[in-house]
Design a protein around this ligand. Structure first.
Ligand SMILES: Nc1ncnc2c1ncn2[C@@H]1O[C@H](COP(=O)(O)OP(=O)(O)OP(=O)(O)O)[C@@H](O)[C@H]1O
Ligand SMILES: [Mg+2]
Length: 486
């Protein structure tokens, strides 16, 4: 598109002689990840202002800039860069829909946990069917989703979008940019409970996805988790056909005979209305069965056979990092890094995966705070500590983590209190586990280096700002200590 066309779409003005400048590549917001010929979107952030990085983006090959003020290079200037990006993405989808030939199927995924994993499974299975674009990593908000949309090409057949929500109306906004034909709700847990205030509000917010779907006659499909009572309440909120996935007998897409192997990977029998087939997942943790079933329901609607689905599920490997990522060290210690993020559901799943994987080996859980739980924070953290003790984790090592350094901002912003690790430690101690407390990654690293011996299995799990993911990478030998606050 020329800047003139872009300006028309977003109701902006062209500056610095850019009318005929052509944008040929995706939009981006990180000047270090410039796409040659792409559009740099300069957004004002809380800590840094994208407008300060215009020259870096242009040096990286950007064709032009979408900005909130003139920046001295060809640009479209708007009042609000984020909403302009949304308008642009909506236009890109409409333009793709108007092309002759086979259309593009749009799939939206929301829920408290499992979005990224389910998205990766669907992308893996549909990739063989036609050109597929999926949310890279976790780009699931009002910025990341339109950036993902900008990756589509004229021949893209499947667009798979992760849709995150922190507030009522967030998902509706995303579906207005990119209206899905198929919508998946993985589950409703306590992720972002602090923002939503209650499970009712979380359910209301995530259910906006199924409200946005077209009718059954138009091909709309809502994939709902048959094992999650809150998700099931969304059923009357959609005009689309409904496919239930889960372990429940009522599910249309169901698993039976679920068992974990010694690597903590599940195998099961997949049942669909067309028949049954064995599946052996390569992903770790029993919770992956639910994600696999939801993904199966989606690709079945697109036309994959049960044999293709079983083969696809059985060959997918983890494509996003920090999610139960297993490293076997030469000294016989196994590191399980699941510290990409955490909430109570995913932490319970991770602790159970640790038990399944370690069997007779010594089990060590390195745990930090789970943010954004509001007034449920204390009981939820104490319950996680208690569960670790009850499951038979040998050592619980807690890390205060985000209390220190610039990440202390999370406390100032009300996402945590700084007491999270202590609550876990107390819960674990009461349940009989051996507990070690540390203040930061550096202290944890020193203690662990001393403590670990061949045969140990070490799980790392905490919310992202707690910063345990890099500790896990260091322990796994994937990176060196940075000397940063955590
Ligand atoms: N169905 C599930 N039930 C419980 N835990 C899960 C499930 N799926 C994934 N998890 C765990 O939750 C964590 C996050 O998984 P994933 O990245 O797929 O979720 P997400 O919904 O994309 O999260 P985010 O909101 O951070 O984008 C991982 O630690 C994973 O092990
Ligand atoms: Mg995600």
């Amino acid at each position: 598109m020329t800047l003139r066309e872009i300006a028309d779409v977003v109701s902006g003005t062209v500056h610095d002689g850019g009318d005929d400048v052509v944008v040929k590549a995706p939009a981006f917001v990180d000047s270090r990840k410039a796409s040659a010929g792409g559009l740099f979107v300069a957004l004002p952030g809380e800590r840094v202002d994208g407008h300060d990085y215009v020259s870096a983006a242009m040096a990286g090959g950007a064709a032009a800039v979408l900005a909130q003020r003139p920046v001295g290079v060809p640009a479209v200037v708007v009042e609000d860069g984020a909403s302009a990006l949304g308008l642009l993405a909506r236009h890109v989808i409409a333009r793709r829909a108007a092309l002759p030939g086979p259309g593009m199927t749009l799939i939206g995924i929301t829920g408290s946990v499992g979005k990224t994993t389910t998205k990766d499974l669907i992308a893996h299975m549909l990739g063989g069917r036609g050109a597929t674009v999926a949310t890279p990593g976790n780009f699931n908000n009002e910025i990341g989703l339109p950036l993902t949309v900008s990756l589509i090409e004229d021949d893209t057949r499947f667009l798979i979008l992760e849709m995150g929500a922190r507030f009522i109306g967030d998902i509706t906004y995303l579906t207005e940019i990119a209206p899905p034909l198929i919508g998946v709700v993985t589950n409703i847990g306590s992720a972002h409970l602090g923002d939503f205030g209650s499970y009712e509000n979380t359910t209301k917010a995530k259910g906006e996805l199924v409200e946005a779907l077209p009718t059954d006659a138009e091909g709309g499909l809502a994939v709902l988790n048959a094992d999650d009572a809150r998700v099931l309440t969304m059923r009357p909120r959609t005009q689309a056909a409904v496919a239930l996935s889960g372990l429940s007998q009522d599910a249309d897409i169901r698993a039976s005979d679920v068992a974990l192997d010694s690597r903590g990977r599940a195998h099961f029998t997949l049942h669909t209305p067309e028949g049954s087939a064995p599946v052996q997942l390569l992903l770790t943790g029993e919770h992956q069965v639910a994600n696999a079933l939801a993904a199966a329901a989606v690709v079945r609607h697109v036309g994959l056979s049960i044999a293709e689905i079983a083969a696809g599920l059985s060959s997918a490997t983890a494509s996003s990092r920090g999610r139960l990522e297993i490293t076997d060290r030469p000294d016989g210690v196994t590191i399980v890094n699941d510290a990409y993020n955490a909430n109570p559901n995913s932490t319970r799943a991770a602790l159970k995966a640790l038990i399944a994987m370690a069997s007779e080996r010594r089990k060590i859980a390195v745990l930090g705070g789970m943010l954004g739980l509001g007034d449920q924070a204390e009981p939820e953290h104490r319950a996680i500590g208690a569960l670790a003790g009850e499951l038979g984790i040998d050592i619980v090592l807690t890390v205060d983590g985000f209390r220190v350094g610039e990440d202390a901002q999370w406390i100032a912003d009300g996402f945590g209190t700084g007491d999270e690790a202590r609550w876990i430690a107390e819960g674990a101690r009461e349940a009989g586990a051996q507990v070690i407390t540390t203040v930061d990654n550096a202290e944890a690293r020193v203690l662990l280096d001393d403590l670990l011996r061949g045969g140990d299995v070490v799980l790392l799990k905490a919310s992202q700002p707690t910063g345990l993911q890099p500790l896990g990478e260091q322990l796994a030998g994937q990176s060196e200590a940075t000397g940063a606050a955590h």
